[in-house]
Design a protein around this ligand. Sequence first.
Ligand code: BES
Ligand code: MN
Ligand code: ZN
Length: 496
Amino acid sequence: MEFSIKQSSPEKQRSGCLVVGVFEGGKLSPSAQALDKIAEHHLSDIIAKGDMDGKPETTLLLHNVANIAADRVLLVGLGKSSEFSPKQYLDALRSSYGALKKCACKDAALYLVDLAVQGRDMTWNIKQAVLAGAESRFRCDQLKSKPAEPGKLRKILLACAEKPDTNAQTALNQSVAMTHGIKLAKNLGNLPGNICTPTYLAEQAMELAKKHKLKANVLEEKEMQKLGMNSLLSVTRGSKQPAKLITLEYAGASAKQKPIVLVGKGITFDSGGISLKPGEGMDEMKFDMCGAASVLGTMQAIAEMGLELNVVAVIPSCENMPDGAASKPGDIVTSMSGQTIEILNTDAEGRLILCDALTYAARFEPETVIDIATLTGACVIALGNVATGLYSNEDKLARELLDAGEYAHDRAWQMPLWDDYQQQLDSNFADMQNIGGRAGGSITAACFLSRFTKEYRWAHLDIAGTAWKSGKEKGSTGRPVPLLTQYLINRAPVKV
Ligand code: BES
Ligand code: MN
Ligand code: ZN
């Protein structure tokens, strides 16, 4: 989908379809009013007849509207006009794109971005209009023998009453880059474990590096052994696929500037290992590399934007499989940090690969480290599929991530990292055990990671509930690419 933004009057705009809003009770938005006037009150007549009441999630497609240059007009219900909320705006976008998908038009002009949304500015409206457009167009057909019918709708004009300023154009460009990152994350996440192996992820990272002039490096198991990454290696022991530790470096700022490091869990299939998972729904554990996919998607987006920041991606990747050589409950390993870990459950493998990756991350002398992982089923119990679990050893960083998530509509919720939980990880035989019992399972997983991140500012995003959808809509969501990308945009100096 192609997006553009310009000043435009609806009565003169040539287009396959003009999309204008109607508030509940029939109040027309300013652009709908302009159309109504030139079309001799056609719109208000329809509203008076009761065919469009402006309720949320309603649309009405009109043909042959008099005296205008466009082929069609789509009325979209905006809901109540007092306190027009972000949710109402997002619902209206979704309904508009849904209705446009069903009509034959190839292009459309949306007169929605200059609506006044409570607590938001126009750049937010623009970003969300682009993200929602790309979301509606996404098709999961990588592995269908015939590709899905491509939608007819190709071009979206975001029409404004006044000439858009450079901020508006920047918002548009940034959000288009964001949609490319989201698409990459979704496509990688949706690939099955027999295709998306650690080797495949490494190849994709190399390709991304080539396309965007990033520095790429892939560590093999031999090198991991030399570094003492025995915790990471303990997870891959039962797999025939070689483990990889992938790093990508994006240099958008001077070499003196310390990088932000993103660490993504890249378990390309999590069977649970010897602590085997139950069979039902096990296929969804192909999504256990969505942290890695979101890091790659974010790298792609920020490289395309050319953000003036240094960002490093660190992706530990392997499979978690049962086998004669696999790690067993009770096994004890020495992590790269020197701390010893008793593996009481081989299904708590994410923390075992992340702890070594987090120790490794210190060599980039990071300004901040953020890890992203489909880490615990307990996080899904706590927060469902709406919010990502957020943990941090610094409240300012937590605040910045929460704000970025709120703005990008890819929200996180902060959870406690209090010392009181740490004792659940006490082991009789090693420095710690890799599980902390059923109580507070997402928190104790974060506590485990915190033991490897003392040297730097760090946050952990548990995306177990948000990285993919189950059921009829099964598929990767591309989250938290919007949150991470927005955080990095906010961290980058404003270009003048
Ligand atoms: N990848 C899973 C977490 C997961 C489970 C994400 C279900 C989404 C849905 C992780 O490796 C795992 O298996 N965690 C265990 C930890 C437990 C053994 C302490 C879990 O959550 O059950
Ligand atoms: Mn597991
Ligand atoms: Zn896992």
